[in-house]
Ligand binder design. Structure first.
Ligand code: SF4
Ligand code: SF4
Length: 353
């Protein structure tokens, strides 16, 4: 059996060969950041994201400790892919005809792209170790792991005040994947916090979703509201959503570490036609068949047809662009009551502006 450090080196190389720009190893521990998670859930800051509240048989939140859900796990390999393509940030795009889709969602669904790479690393580890008793699990978002906490302790990046993982060289445009393993591996050093006295992200958030540095009320975050939330969006928060129709990049766009963030040429993360700064009337008029076809294999499917058009109605209402009134009038008659209600709100807002 190779030594812990030989194994760690092998895994780092395998991660790189499998297309991950960054990779590191964290030990399985109950890190201090995990202690805040139950109170965060208790206070309702996760909104309706019930999957975050998954509990084990003893009633403990699965994401608070790997010791309960994967008692065999000794190390967590955290891998990261840069999805930053060479295009403007939302803070540079101000066309009132158009909406904004979060950068991560312009191309193909990252879950489909990262999991095969993790499985490839997993297979290489198993082959290298030739040990029948070796156990591994791979996850992209779906596991009982708070990825960014392990990413910090794996040295991939620090957790910024905006709660994103930030790497000194690549910035915060990172998709994370993890491999839990029963192997005892030599861990990396945790990444030091380099936010310093900066508070740009906290000040830039248009819906005041930050409770303070490193603390997010996800139920107020545009990413949650436009992607995960079903049904009606509270009226008092709609104006703050601006022209974001799927997700939000603002607290990353303003981050100084993203000013010179590395860019990727990976074809799968390049914007599909029309998705970068999309025309709002195009999205508003899109028939369901086109939605299914256009967004096959795209993260946008998560918002569903209803959610995306609800978001488009809000964005039109926030645009100040009277030319959208006819499109909103059509949406007011929509058979989907959620879309129709948001369109009525938007039309009224436009007419008052
Ligand atoms: S993603 Fe947008 S809404 Fe969410 S915290 Fe960042 S700036 Fe605020
Ligand atoms: S904007 Fe400033 S405070 Fe926020 S994550 Fe970036 S460096 Fe940290």
């Amino acid at each position: 059996m190779p030594s812990a450090s030989q194994l760690a080196e092998f895994i780092r190389q395998a991660s790189q060969d499998s297309g991950f720009e960054l990779a590191g190893i964290a030990p399985v521990q109950d890190f201090p950041e995990l202690e805040h998670f139950p109170a965060w859930i208790e206070k309702g800051y996760a909104g309706e994201m019930k999957y975050l509240e998954a509990r084990d048989e003893a009633g403990t939140l699965k994401r608070t400790s790997l010791r309960a859900v994967a008692p065999w796990a000794r190390s967590v390999v955290v891998c990261a892919v840069n999805y930053n393509t060479a295009h403007p940030y939302s803070t540079q795009a101000r066309d009132p005809q158009r909406g904004w889709i979060a950068r991560y969602a312009w191309g193909d669904d990252y879950h489909d792209k990262l999991l095969p790479r993790l499985r490839s690393i997993e297979a290489q580890i198993k082959h290298y170790c030739a040990d029948e008793s070796l156990k591994t699990w791979c996850y992209v978002d779906t596991g009982p792991v708070l990825e960014r906490v392990y990413a910090k302790y794996a040295g991939v990046g620090w957790i910024g005040k905006n709660t994103c993982i930030l790497n000194q060289k690549t910035g915060s445009w990172l998709f994370l994947g993890v491999i839990l393993t029963s192997l005892e591996l030599t861990p990396d050093m945790p990444a030091p916090d380099r936010c310093g006295t900066c508070t740009r992200c906290l000040e830039a958030c248009p819906t005041e979703a930050f409770l303070g540095p490193y603390q997010l009320d996800a139920s107020r975050c545009i990413s949650y509201l436009t992607i995960e939330k079903r049904g009606s969006i509270p009226e008092d928060i709609r104006a703050g959503i601006g022209q974001q129709v799927f997700g939000c990049d603002i607290c990353q766009d303003v981050c100084p570490w993203n000013r010179k963030a590395a860019v990727t040429t990976a074809a799968e993360f390049q914007p599909r036609p029309g998705l970068m700064h999309p025309a709002l009337d195009w999205l508003a008029e899109m028939p369901v068949e086109e939605f299914r076809e256009k967004f096959r294999g795209s993260p946008l499917r998560r918002a569903k047809y209803s959610g995306l058009r609800r978001n488009v109605a809000i964005a039109m209402g926030n645009s100040g662009n009277q030319a959208f009134v006819p499109a909103l009038e059509r949406l007011c008659e929509d058979e989907d009551p959620v879309v129709a209600e948001h369109a009525r709100w938007a039309k009224e807002k436009l007419q008052k502006s």
